[in-house]
Ligand binder design. Structure first.
Ligand code: ATP
Ligand code: MG
Length: 340
């Protein structure tokens, strides 16, 4: 009897291990920062106006926060300073269920910051303070990664600073060596593309990704002169199985193994568009990694992107599955916005 009990206990332990091993953890490596958003358009960060913040931010963090809210297992590799901004970031990520064990606290550095203002035509001005702050003090160590299947998400905007690029390239190699997968938002910022190293890193990562999520402007930048169809074919000619196209207020599309879906954008009042792309990608990947159907993942990601723009602050418009379902079914965003 005692033997049977110990056998059962052993079997349970190995089942638990197997379940943990099967679960996919989504990982990001990159910048953590807080953002201050001006309340007046066209101030160009030159005039004295009201700002609010500190809003938790950083593309990899916005993405992962949304993935965690959608129920995915997550782990963020990054660094904050031992200050109020760092505590604000850690507190928010912990609250939303993001794995923060691999986030370092650098005692002698301050947390990264950014200031942003919008213009009436929708464009924005940023001033980033990342250099020499904790935001760029990121070191990837494979031992800090959880057991089991891994998907590493790379936001191309993190590939500019050499220290972040080096940590991300280390992570790509380690995750692929472990049999994990890479997905990528190739947000092809012109300032990144002027840098040869950044461009080379992005091309290498795109060529190794199983899922790519460009916006329409990224397609124009990556494949100048090509039609959208040709650009999608181009992306699918490598190892990528899934290509999602983000179209801002016009919605989004997704293609996987010849299955294609297109959804129109929801009609909402755009308050702060920063983070919509990360929020879309976090929703899509989290649902696909949990075995969700492609169309359902796209519909929820499209709704998540729309809700994201209705809130001031890059991560403030992230949402839970319930909020997304209510938005899609009732036609009303929590702030009263009407989707189409
Ligand atoms: P970012 O500006 O954060 O870099 P992006 O350019 O990568 O984002 P977008 O296409 O702007 O990505 O937004 C991602 C998704 O969010 C869109 O595909 C759409 O589903 C949704 N979305 C974005 N802006 C709006 C909007 N104004 N109205 C409705 N939906 C939107
Ligand atoms: Mg955008």
């Amino acid at each position: 009897m005692a033997r049977l009990e110990s056998e059962i206990a052993e079997q349970r332990a190995s089942e638990t291990l197997a379940t943990t091993d099967r679960q996919t953890t989504i990982v990001t490596v990159g910048e953590l920062l807080v953002e201050f958003v001006s309340h007046e358009k066209d101030c160009a960060l030159e005039r004295i106006v009201d700002y609010s913040g500190p809003y938790p931010s950083g593309a990899p963090a916005i993405f992962l926060d949304q993935a965690a809210r959608m129920g995915a297992s997550t782990s963020m590799v990054g660094c904050v300073g031992d200050d109020g901004f760092g505590r604000a970031l850690l507190g928010r990520l912990r609250e939303d269920g993001v794995g923060i064990d691999a986030i370092q606290v650098a005692p002698n550095l301050t947390t990264g910051t950014a200031f942003v203002t919008y213009h009436k035509d929708g464009s924005r001005d940023f001033i980033f303070h990342l250099q020499s702050t904790a935001a760029e003090h990121v070191v990837f160590s494979p031992e800090a990664m959880p057991a089991g299947d891994l998907v590493l998400h790379v936001s191309a905007s993190s590939l500019g600073p050499p220290a972040l690029r080096a940590a991300i390239l280390d992570a790509v190699e380690a995750v692929l060596d472990r049999g994990g997968r890479i997905c990528c938002d190739p947000n092809a910022r012109p300032e990144l593309m002027r840098d040869d190293e950044g461009k080379k890193a992005l091309e290498m990562i795109v060529a190794k990704s199983f899922c790519l999520m460009p916006s329409t402007s990224d397609l124009g930048f990556l494949f100048p002169g090509e039609t959208e169809e040709a650009a999608i074919e181009h992306l699918l000619s490598g190892p990528a199985e899934i290509v999602a196209i983000k179209r801002g207020s016009d919605g989004a599309s997704v293609v996987r193994n010849g299955e294609r879906h297109d959804v129109p954008g929801h009609r909402v009042d755009e308050v702060d568009p920063t983070g919509a792309g990360d929020c879309f990608c976090g929703t899509l990947i989290a649902l696909l990694m949990q075995g969700g159907p492609l169309l359902e993942a796209l519909r929820l990601a499209n709704a998540a992107g729309a809700l994201a723009v209705t809130r001031r602050g890059p991560m403030e418009g992230n949402s839970s599955p319930d909020e997304l379902t209510r938005f899609i079914e009732s036609g009303t965003a929590p702030g009263g916005e009407q989707p189409t």
